[in-house]
Design a protein around this ligand. Structure first.
Ligand code: DGL
Length: 269
């Protein structure tokens, strides 16, 4: 049985999921975080479903061994490839929360029968998971999806708010298929870092939907209903990475708004 004082486990292919970790920290300041960034295997967006499933299971093992009370998949690529499998794997030991369902619920509630754009990695877009889940809910949403694979390496390399990011973002978003959209879903946990630029592209005309806050809210709802919210002051946070570089550590501040210390934790011995 999970207990309220145990940490929240969160994972991503790298440090992009720290945008979700940050939203969780804002929403639930009492909670201890155990973050795992699979930097040795990043990016997930170009990997096969089988590879992402294997990495995700290994990471879930680490999070469970380190006593997490819940697992948050803070990555769209892993949520699309490994969520169902991970749920089966943990077999009810802990709840697993993904970043796609809370967003699909928001879109169904606020944009039913409208045209909505989605940008994400190749893995997420090719999986068709957002369209499938929107259809299952009879949302009537027409989803227009576009893979934008250059955005993750661009952000990881620190290219944003500059001419290069401006040109790449504009060349993707100028796609005529996106012209009729009434909202845009950021289907990748790296993209909040370029949200302002995306907003500027649309001159603020349409809402740009970022999942970090809705995921934090969904997590709060779950912890609250399971009576697992930590009433005490939090313990120490840990940020594990399967491969350590100083540049990853330096970039954490961009995603988490404060610098964090990364601990190396190889996935395979
Ligand atoms: N942050 C991951 C996501 O939300 C993408 C990064 C990657 O491709 O590894 O899909």
């Amino acid at each position: 049985m999970a207990e309220a004082s145990q940490p929240i486990g969160i994972f991503d292919s790298g440090i992009g999921g720290l945008t979700v970790a940050h939203a969780i920290r804002q929403r639930m300041p009492n909670e201890s975080l155990l973050y795992f960034g699979d930097t040795a295997h990043l990016p997930y967006g170009d990997k096969s479903e089988a590879a992402i499933q294997a990495y995700s299971i290994k990471i879930a093992d680490v999070l469970l061994r380190r006593n997490c009370k819940v697992i948050v998949i803070a990555c769209n690529s892993a949520s699309s490839a490994a969520y169902d499998l991970l749920r089966e794997y943990v077999h009810g030991a802990v709840e697993v929360i993904n970043v796609i369902d809370p967003m699909v619920e928001l879109v169904t509630r606020d944009f039913a029968n409208r045209k909505v754009g989605l940008i994400g990695t190749k893995r997420t877009i090719q999986s068709g998971i957002y369209a499938r889940k929107l259809e299952e809910r009879n949302s009537g949403v027409t989803l227009i999806s576009l893979p934008t694979p250059l955005l993750v390496p661009m952000i990881e390399e620190g290219f944003f708010d500059n001419r290069i990011s401006h040109d790449i973002i504009h060349s993707y978003l100028n796609d005529p298929r996106l012209a009729p959209i009434e909202a845009l879903v950021l289907g990748c946990t790296h993209y909040p870092l370029i949200r302002k630029e995306i907003d500027a592209f649309f001159s603020g005309r349409i809402p740009i939907l970022d999942s970090s806050e809705v995921v934090a809210e969904a997590l709060w709802n779950y912890l609250s209903s399971a009576q697992l919210l930590n009433p005490e002051t939090r313990g120490t946070d840990h940020f594990l990475v399967s491969d350590f570089t100083e540049s990853f550590e330096a970039s954490t501040r961009l995603f988490f708004t404060e610098a964090v210390h990364l601990e190396k934790y190889p996935l395979w011995g």
